[in-house]
Each structure stands twice: as C-alpha cells, then as structure tokens.
Design a protein around this ligand. Sequence first.
Ligand code: CTP
Length: 400
Amino acid sequence: MLSGKKIILGITGGIAAYKSAWLVRAFIKAGAAVRVVMTPEAKDFVTPLTLSTLSKNPVLSSFTQDEENELWNNHVKLGLWADFLVIAPATANTLAKMASGASDNLLLATYLSAKCPVYFAPAMDLDMYKHATTQANFKLLASFGNIMIPATSGELASGLEGQGRMAEPDDIVAFMTKDIRSKLPFYGKKVLITAGPTYEAIDPVRFIGNHSSGKMGYALAECAANLGAEVILISGPTALTVKHSSITVKEIVSAAQLFEQVKSYFDEVDVAIAAAAVADYRPINPADEKIKKKTERLQITLEPTEDSLKYMGAHKKSQFLVGFALETENEIENAKGKLQRKNLDLIVLNSLNDTGAGFRTQTNKVTLINASGTINPQELKPKKEVAKDIFNHIRQALHV
Ligand code: CTP
C-alpha cells in the first residue's frame, strides 16, 4: 500500500523521536519516498544527519533554511507533494497546536497546507495522555479527518507505567497499510484470475502449448490488488512474478490442473476473470517415455480439455464473471456468442488482426462487450491500462 507513495514524516520534540530513524527505514523498506520535517525541539532528541542519511533527502526544520538555494522552505509545495503526512511522535504540545490551527513552525504550516491524509502517533506521559485537553484534541483532530495511531501501554520514559508510548515503527506501517486498504473499493472482496498458457503433455519432454506470456492476467491481478482485493492468481507457466502481498499465486501446468484450482476457489470469490489461454485439446494418454523418432508419420489423438470458464458460468451465484475471446474472424459476433454460451457478465475481445494486440506484446487493443450487448471499443494501450479499463467497467457494474 505504501509502495511508490510520498510520505512527509513530521517529528516533534519527545523522547520517542529516537524511534523515528526506524520509522524512516520502515517506510523506505515499504517502498515509499520520505521527506522529514522536524520541529526545532525534535533536533534535541535525534539528529537531522541520521534522518537525512536514512531518508536520502535533506531534513527541513525551519522556514528559512536554504534548501537547494531556495531562500525559504515552501510548506505549501511540501504539503502538495505528499501522499501522506505522518506526525510521529506527536507531542501533546504539537497536537494542541494542530487542533487550534497554530502554525509557528514549518511542520505546523505543512500540516495546515496538506491536502493528503494525515496520521499522527501520540507519545507522551500517561497523565498528559489522559488529560481532558489532550483527549478533547484527539477528538477534534479526528473530526478534521486526521487518523490517530493510538499510543500503547507500558513503561514510559518517566519511569511510570501506562498509556503514552508511541506505537512501534513496524506497527505504524502495519496500521497505515490496513487503514489505506480498508478504504479501497475492493476491500473485503476476493478476485480469481486465470493467466498464462497451459502445457498439455505429449511425453515427458514435449507438450502442446501456446504463446501466451501471462502479462494481461498478471496486470489484472496487480490492478485488483491495488484496488484492495484479495487475489487468487491461477497461473500457467510464465516468466512473471508478483510483488503484491495480496496476490496468492497457484501455479498450474495443464488445463486439468487449472480446472481443479478453479473448482476449489470459485465459490468463495466475488469476481472471476478468465484471462488464461487454455488449451482446448490435450493428447490422450501421454507417453510415459520420450517418443522415439521413426520414419513413418506420428499421430497423436487429442481429447477436449475441461472448459473452466464454462464451468464458472454454469455454477455462478452472485459472482461477476469475465471471459476473454481471441478471435480472427467475425470477432464481435463470435465474442457475443461466447458471452452467452458461457453465461458471462463481460467479455473482453481481442483481435489478432490489430497490430500491438494479443500474445507477447506489452500492449493490447480490446473491445468490452457486456451482457446487455453494449459494445465498448478501446484504444491500443499498455496492458496495465487495459486492466484498469476492465476494472473500471466491473466497478461500474458492481457500484463500488
Ligand atoms: N477458457 C477456459 N478453459 C478452456 C478454454 C477457454 O477457461 N478450456 C476461457 C479462456 O480463458 C477465455 C475464454 O474461455 O476467457 C475463451 O477462450 P477461447 O479459447 O477464446 O474460446 P473457446 O471457448 O476455447 O472457443 P474457440 O477456441 O472455439 O474460439
């Protein structure tokens, strides 16, 4: 959730500031870019040098600091740069100023200018935490839409025991990740995607396969995960890998294995997309040993494979079902026929007649056809963009 995101980490003057160095590391490890803004008091607890080294960015703490020869630090620019502003540790003093709209330091001015979600992780002694003013400020900040990462209980710097310890850096990252995911449109939804080719064995070393690279299916999986879904990606042999922790890959080789996986997961998903290029036929009784070369003709008898998409169409309850159709002639008519025969909600037609579309390319040119027959032709686009178009269509249909 934080990968590729821009985070301003605001550090205020409390002993928990020593944990900020770990927090910068944790954000960077999660794939985020970090800029640190400190209050002047925070510099007594942790050095800007440590934080600039870890964040690989200059640390800002005053309006007039000379950054890259600018005479003043533009808090408006900073506020607009960020995807998230995280204030950790947030002292009682800074929280009170945030609640009242004071802006007597760069961090507060940045806070007032920021348009992005704001998280704050309070850290203070237990009595300060419990104080009616602090509690009222928590409520006020929540009413502004700011998100509190509650302090934990335990031994405090004062030697007293109670609530007021700043959440641990890894817990802050976990809290934010969960919070961001929970606001995504596909949060709580499960999506099944089939991708890649299947290989149907002729003998132990040979197979019938196809040119599918799996790129379209993997782009769809990535897109679904970015929208907050839990994804089951049933994948034939490809050279691709997934990075997203919400994608579970089930590797298969043959159409029969793909079918088994589809049967075991289909009931539990909300959306299923069949992007795999599944072999329609497989050799009957593949040879146990490598077939030796002879002078006469070799005949291999084929039998039909299981049609996973047809199975899903026949067994669907409330699932939104999407199929692909690769056609070379009578494209629209054939795709519409498939949509009806397989009881789909949407079919994605790609034509091998279009340059840049189909197997092994980075791009695809598709036409979306829905169950009521509406035909929606798209431009030639990178497969990632095509995946977005498909999910935009699904979102409209599901009203999410
Ligand atoms: N499909 C599947 N299982 C199969 C064959 C196809 O799940 N055994 C799915 C594909 O993933 C695709 C859709 O069905 O989403 C259509 O595949 P396609 O090969 O174009 O159509 P077929 O039904 O095989 O018909 P034909 O080959 O005659 O065009």
